[in-house]
Design a protein around this ligand. Sequence first.
Ligand SMILES: [Zn+2]
Length: 419
Amino acid sequence: MNHIINARLRGRPGLFTLYWLDGLISAIEPQEGTLPKPEATSDGLDAGGKLVIPPLVEPHIHLDAALTAGEPRWNLSGTLFEGIERWAERKALVTCEDTKSRAHRTIRMLAAHGIQHVRSHVDVTEPGLGTLKAMLEVREEARPLIDLQIVAFPQEGIESYANGRALISEAVAMGADVVGGIPHFENTRDQGVSSIHFLLDLAERHNRLVDVHCDETDDPHSRFLEVLAEVTRVHGMGARVTASHTTAMGSYDNAYCSKLFRVLKQAGLSFISCPTESIHLQGRFDSYPKRRGLTRVPELDRAGLNVCFAQDSIVDPWYPLGNGNILRILDAGLHICHMLGYEDLQRGLDFVTEHSAKAMALGERYGIEVGRPANMVLLSADSDYEVLRTQGHALVSIRHGKVIMRRAQAEVAWEQESA
Ligand SMILES: [Zn+2]
């Protein structure tokens, strides 16, 4: 296959034919009208007037914990804290083969929904770093389906965990792409602050990206985001730094946020919200009224900051559901964040495509442009709005010019003619 006809592209009127050569997009030609369906033997695919977009992106997931829910026990309360207890039990049973097999099965679930770029956090608070070694192998083995960024994620802290600094430094030396952190989980505020200085310094010295689990709590006094943003500004690393979760922002008062947003804009960092996971795990100390436990997604977006959605977990001790479908997360996120206004519905896919690619610093490796990789996805509807309204799907996923996934669209048959 070397071209697609009758493709609709986001933000451009009319239909297009896209050509590729040697895995790169070679031409994007506007059509006069709809072209006839090609012969079955043709080298082309007929998009039928539906959307062709760059691949969907999963910018925040924990592949090393995926597909472990219920092993050995289920998280019965559904809280983040019981999740940590259940994970400690499961972690004792982890082997290299177990990690790799679950990660590959989960990657296939993501790729089945048109995702080709994934950022996975990997726990590096583990003497020996066996899980990281396994996931670095997965990064290479999974290349036919996805590009994988690995975050060295200090699940139990950098400062409060024994040898935390040495372990995360070793993880970077072994080849982790991104430096992580978890300042709100460190034992004291001082440790949280020093962990941020340490991790940004580490990332700058080794030319790595940064993605911090930041203020993933309803505690309005958890204010590490201001520190992360300010240190990012001082280092001039805004394009390379992401704050994940920042759910405490949903509990900050507006006066504090008006000051905070000034710092965020100066820093220019990106944000990732995991709406299904956050609405499940947060608000657990509330009776009623009950907080939603999400960061301020529309406010960040309106302030010109880059914000996107992610799944976080698939069937693990923190979240029992999930099937790899990022469009399901988009649907939930827009609902939970009060973003079903007309304008948001016209551009909803931004939050699972372009914005996520920006957070992952994919640059010219992403996008429907001549000279970029021929990675693209055919969706089941012709606009962002119709994809959302119909709960649409990825029908075909093309990677480096080759079809890697096809999905047959479900059809409804009526027993009787309509009246
Ligand atoms: Zn996470």
